[in-house]
Write a protein that binds this ligand. Sequence first.
Ligand SMILES: Cc1cc2nc3c(=O)[nH]c(=O)nc-3n(C[C@H](O)[C@H](O)[C@H](O)COP(=O)(O)OP(=O)(O)OC[C@H]3O[C@@H](n4cnc5c(N)ncnc54)[C@H](O)[C@@H]3O)c2cc1C
Length: 616
Amino acid sequence: MSAPKPIQAINRYKADLREIAFLLFEQFNVGELLGKPPFEAWGEDEVRSALSECYRWVREVVGPLNATGDHEGCLVENGRVITPHGFKEAWKKLYEAGWKAMGVDPAHGGAGAPRTVHILVEEMLSGSNAAFNMYPGLAYGAGEVIEAFGTPEQKEVYCARMFGGTWGGTMCLTEAQAGSDVGSARTTAKKNADGSYTISGTKVFISGGDHDLAENIIHLVLARADGSPAGTKGLTLFIVPRIRVSASGALGEPNDVTLGTIEHKMGINGSATCVLNFGESGKCIGWPVGGEAALNRGMPQMFVMMNGARIAVGVQGIAVASSAYLNALEYAKERRQGSSIAHWKDATAPRVAIIEHADVRRMLLDMKARVEGIRALAIKLTNHLDRAALAKEEKDKAYHQGQVDLLVPLLKAYGSDQAFRICETAIQTYGGAGYTRDFPAEQYCRDAKIFSIYEGTNHIQAMDLVGRKLGQAGGANLQAFLDDIGKFVTKHKDHATLGAQVKALGTAQEALAGSAMKLLTWFQTGKMDMVPLFANRFLEMMSELSVAWLLLEGAAIASDKLAAATPADKSFYDGKLHAARYYARTVLPHVELQAKQMNDEDRSPLDISDAAFATV
Ligand SMILES: Cc1cc2nc3c(=O)[nH]c(=O)nc-3n(C[C@H](O)[C@H](O)[C@H](O)COP(=O)(O)OP(=O)(O)OC[C@H]3O[C@@H](n4cnc5c(N)ncnc54)[C@H](O)[C@@H]3O)c2cc1C
């Protein structure tokens, strides 16, 4: 038997900077926000050069560690996690290069870039090495929670160190019996005379729960203080350092946080997913984020932060899927197999590159349309975030924030579901080679599966959409979303080349509005069990409508620019037109079909008895 081939530390990550620039500067007019407060340090040139420099950096530093980190995985030695080779140096270089400080407030040493730009940097970090980027991503997220809700002293001690890579960070919500049902957490917090709390409990599945990258790890732990009510209302978020920290930030003694084990997973193997025991010896101390006044405020605090985390997960999806697509595209141009269908009777006809076969072209265009459409959704959403933060008028702020709230579950759930499917299509495009470790698609596919599960499973996202978001502001946010699409349809329905697809968008928009009414009727008539039964399908319909809209919007811009474009840009704009047309013709009709299914009220999954699923 021959030994397995060694895994090579080479970069496989690919990004399409032309596409990114199109979204920022041609479709979403991010330039309007640049050069003035709070983005006075950022002009179009700065944005372009930051993104191309980031692309160079990720390919050089973290990209080569993606496959090796996956192959090596994490180890446990003497009760501590050892991360894969190269991660330690990459962590140091990441913070030296400043990529994790892109979105950080300049008051905490950051670059204060617009969210649209920040999210694209995150896309490159996750796309080049999703597992590695989990560690700094969690540290950043936990730092943001303290920045938003901490006392001034807590901000002073923790924020800069967590944003700057001196300390890592985690979010500790999940327990063995408390997964989707976070409110059944059993970790306890007992008040001490000095105002601190003694924490006791076990958290599972904690990403970056232990590692060797930073001198300390700051865990944010959801726990129930003595006397607090049951359920989510009684949960408090505690700052629990792995090593105790003095008021000046100096490190003290270990804080009785121990590693139980690490999980052996399908993907993101370079990211340590840990069981953590807090207070096995009764000596684990924590402090409520925001002090005593924030007792039982854990869930509202988490809710504010969830938007950021859920956007980040949706973007992890596009990041990996986009690179899977671009790698499959490269392979399809090189791999020669079979002859053209035009010579199907001629056994001596020359072999052609597989990109010439109709079904391979279909897969490539399908991936292109989905990747570019979902990325457009991410930029639309983060553009609303930037504009909400800058809006002077209350009604503008409410409009932009309302759209953010509505689009977050779409990006998280549709982005992650589609990411897995796009990666699967990439494997199919390669044929057998895609199923091997010689090419990156199989790792991308394994890595991508987790995105639909963590940070709230996609059903939790769908329930958030139909149970909370649709009715927010008395339904005004949904109405504004539908109106925005309606205005686009009115303007472009007679477009010379896209008119038919724009009209189809109008039909799908009406179908979605009808389905939203259907959900409301179910709520009002006590047919509550129909709501979760169709929630995921409604989220999918709304996502498909959004993606079709944004692809067509991009295509309309491309169509205007085509005549005067350079040869390279002609191909680029032509690609935008084809991707939009394909998605509108192939995927968009699904919205109407799903609406019909909602009207039919099929209850089969509810009515089938447990015993009828299988007789085993
Ligand atoms: C690699 C990895 C990393 C993770 N990182 C972290 C982390 O850093 N911090 C952290 O706190 N957690 C983390 N998690 C945990 C993750 O958030 C949970 O796995 C997730 O929330 C689902 O919980 P569960 O696994 O207990 O599944 P369950 O909640 O048991 O769900 C199982 C299935 O039932 C469905 N379901 C559950 N409840 C309902 C309901 N009421 N109605 C309808 N359907 C329902 C779910 O959608 C799912 O399909 C991580 C998990 C993994 C695998």
